[in-house]
Write a protein that binds this ligand. Structure first.
Ligand SMILES: [Zn+2]
Length: 171
């Protein structure tokens, strides 16, 4: 269920986008995508207005991170940021997910779903599906994971086994 609808997109379009981003950052062959460094050093070059705030736990009310595209701001809970920096797959995914919102969901591209349509927002219009797909494609793209087992993908790319499985299924 999604309360919001985004402009429709597909996994293939998102894959093209993450490939462009990896190329821009000179990281198309990099297995372990340095998502924290990308956030700190590359995103401000793509968008000079970008700012990052690391906040104390509980400040975000039940969320690990929040993106405000209209304010050019991503806020991340301190412990999530630290675990991502240490290589935790789940926390790396959280950060990549927020980068996805930041890049894809600029103001005006997201609308509230009509209340009677909550159950009917198709996944390709669901901003959460789009951000999750973006995160999977950024961290574990097909050209890197081809021929790997789930475990190898998780190890090499720094993602959870669940994300490794989804990415391998969608090669
Ligand atoms: Zn989200």
């Amino acid at each position: 269920m999604s309360l919001y609808v985004a402009n429709p997109t597909s996994r293939n379009s998102i894959r093209e986008l993450t490939n462009i981003i990896r190329n821009l950052a000179g990281m198309n062959e990099v297995k372990f995508f340095p998502v924290v460094e990308f956030l700190e050093w590359v995103l401000p070059q793509i968008d000079p207005l970008f700012s990052l705030e690391i906040v104390t736990p509980n400040e975000l009310k039940n969320q690990y991170a929040v993106t405000y595209p209209e304010k050019h701001l991503i806020r991340i809970q301190e412990d999530v940021y630290e675990r991502a920096f240490s290589g935790s797959g789940r926390d790396r995914f959280t950060i990549a997910h927020e980068i996805g919102h930041y890049i894809m969901h600029k103001p005006g591209t997201i609308a509230l779903a009509r209340s009677q349509n909550y159950e009917r927002v198709p996944k390709y219009k669901d901003p959460e599906w789009q951000a999750n797909t973006f995160a999977g494609e950024l961290l574990a793209p097909p050209q890197i994971i081809k021929g790997f087992s789930e475990k190898e993908v998780a190890m090499c790319c720094g993602v959870s086994l669940e994300v490794a499985r989804i990415q391998l299924k969608n090669i």
